[in-house]
Design a protein around this ligand. Structure first.
Ligand code: FES
Length: 321
């Protein structure tokens, strides 16, 4: 569910690669849209009744913005959201979107290394543009199948030499060795990654020596094998600010249990990927069994994703609600 839904007009559609289109969305009557931080996403409601989160691809100044830009890759087997956006949405159409949100974003640090695989470029492009605007040190490494598959090429060119490109296509010289790129002690550096599952695994392997708290990942889908680990046991949820306790059944998520008593927690992916449902938790109860893929180790010490994470069987999770 979305905290708030906006109606926007599709003012521009641009074919950026054979399978990626950029959609620029504006207020239908020329007004301004709610602002956002680089790394945020929009929940987009598409023809056919689908809803998918898409990262905002361009940096925004603080405050309201004139437009949103998303990049949508048409998935080869898609009969869902990406196909609907590519095939059924035209310039001038109206779409419903949620207000921008998400927990993936820039962190404090002296150096920022952003690694993008394919369409995982979109949030990292916005973050790189923000770093550029703020005069902060960054490298954006972009991995694509070929130059023809490089989305947002003009925006990347505008970022100058801080952008490095890697093309799988053997016919071009650009290559980046992940081991070399990620070698050395990160110091107070930060690593951000977003891309398809194989890319995320490869980067995680190459960055195994990086402290978990310095690695910030946005996944498209739960890593392989994560499904079985998400089975639940009954536990209790205590809402610290309300002074209320409620049971969470084995087959329920905390979000569902809260909804059953009329407390709506905003959600988007419902898979532990986006951070929309994250709230604070209190050490007065059991430590959560974290099942998300978006919080760092440090964040997990005081935050929990209620769409997927739970207390241990029979335990009580105290949350800041
Ligand atoms: S709704 Fe996306 S992490 Fe919970």
């Amino acid at each position: 569910m979305s905290a708030r839904t906006l109606t926007v007009r599709v003012v521009r559609i641009e074919a950026m690669t054979p399978d990626v289109r950029a959609f620029e969305l504006v207020h239908p009557w020329g007004g301004m849209l709610p602002g956002y931080a680089a790394g945020a996403h929009l929940d987009v409601h598409t023809p056919g009744g689908f809803m998918r989160p898409y990262s905002l691809a361009r940096a925004a100044a603080p405050g309201p913005v004139a437009s949103y830009v998303i990049g949508v890759k048409r998935e080869p087997a898609s009969r869902g959201a990406s196909a609907a956006l590519h095939e059924r949405v035209q310039e001038g159409d109206l779409l419903a979107v949620g207000t921008p949100r998400g927990s993936f974003g820039l962190q404090p640090g002296a150096r920022h290394l952003l690694l993008a695989g394919g369409i995982g470029l979109t949030p990292l492009l916005a973050m790189a543009e923000q770093l550029q605007q703020e005069g902060r040190d960054f490298t954006l490494a972009v991995f694509a199948r070929s130059r023809a598959h490089l989305a947002f090429a003009d925006a990347l060119a505008a970022l100058g030499p801080r952008v490095r490109l890697h093309f799988d296509d053997a016919a071009v010289p650009e290559k980046i060795d992940l081991g070399t790129l990620l070698a050395g002690a990160p110091g107070d550096g930060r690593l951000y990654l977003c891309g398809p599952a194989g890319f995320m695994q490869a980067v995680r392997r190459a960055a195994a020596h990086w402290p978990e708290d310095r690695v910030h990942a946005e996944y498209f889908a739960p890593p392989e094998g994560a499904g079985e680990a998400r089975a639940g046991e009954a536990f209790t949820l205590r809402l610290a600010r309300r002074g209320v306790t409620l049971p969470v059944a084995a087959e329920q998520s905390a979000v569902e249990a809260l909804a059953s008593v009329g407390i709506d927690i905003p959600t988007s992916c419902e898979q532990g990927l986006c951070g929309t449902c994250v709230v604070g938790w209190d050490a007065g109860g059991a430590a959560p069994e974290h099942r998300d893929f978006c919080l760092t180790g440090a964040e997990r010490r005081h935050k929990v994703a209620l769409c997927c994470s739970r207390a241990p069987a029979g335990g009580t999770l105290v949350v800041d609600l």
